[in-house]
Design a protein around this ligand. Structure first.
Ligand SMILES: [Zn+2]
Length: 240
């Protein structure tokens, strides 16, 4: 299969689904990681172009750890809005990857870029085969299955599916720590919250994985909700 994990920012998919991606790659599936934005506000000191360049490099390095390919749609961090071009860019991305499975943010999250990324993926999934929607990559005749991953802290998220990531957990952490520039950024911005966990954000990733592992009886796990169950296609009901 072809697996596409798309997050809003460099480090989202590694934090929230890196273990599952490592397992897909290990099993011989083709894995793509992608971000809607280039993370260009993720530094208090560097110019925007420079931090964007660094973060894309870090995302490429993280993907390389599992033999995945990284694609950046290059929107501005926290200034990502939907329009016709954005929709077509997303359609092109999914077509380029010929995705069978897409992992993305939960539609309800704490960050507007996360929520919009999820929304556009949900909206365009049915448009992949439509030939009248012209993109560089040609249409293909498949509507990918979508699964939502949780935020790094797992707030307000009740998984319906679990993946045992115990055997690839250190790979997941290495993918997270490939985002070296974010260590300092998280310390600068989140010291009073998640940063207190041994002074680094990615420690919260370890705690969430251990917590989800406890829920399903393994050491470390990642949790997901199938889009069909949650949001995209609901079985209709008739009011009594
Ligand atoms: Zn993010």
């Amino acid at each position: 299969m072809n697996i596409l994990a798309i997050g809003a920012h460099p480090d989202d998919v590694e934090s929230c689904a890196g273990g599952t991606l490592a397992k897909y790659a290990k099993a011989g599936h083709k894995v793509f990681t992608a971000t809607a934005t280039n993370g260009n506000i993720g530094s208090a000191t560097l110019p925007m172009e420079e931090i964007a360049r660094i973060r894309k490099e870090e995302a490429r390095n993280a993907a390389a750890l599992i033999g995945a390919e990284y694609v950046c749609l290059d929107y501005d961090d926290e200034m990502f809005f939907e329009d016709k071009a954005a929709r077509l860019k997303f359609i092109n991305l999914v077509r380029y990857c010929k995705a069978d499975v897409i992992l993305t943010h939960n539609p309800v999250d704490y960050n507007p870029d996360h929520e919009l990324t999820s929304k556009i993926i949900n909206d365009i999934a049915v448009m992949i085969p439509i030939a009248k929607l012209k993109t560089d990559s040609p249409p293909y005749d498949k509507i990918p299955a979508i699964f939502y991953f949780e935020s790094a802290q797992g707030l307000g998220f009740v998984p319906a599916e679990y993946v045992d990531i115990t055997d690839v957990f250190e790979t997941k952490m290495a993918m997270c720590y490939a985002h070296k520039s974010q260590d300092q950024w998280m310390k600068d911005n989140f010291t009073e919250t998640v940063g207190k966990n041994e002074g680094n954000y990615f420690e919260s990733v370890r705690i969430t994985a251990a917590y989800r592992g406890m829920q399903c009886g393994v050491q470390y796990a990642e949790g997901f909700i199938a889009a069909n169950d949650a949001f995209r296609v609901r079985p209709y009901r008739i009011l009594p």
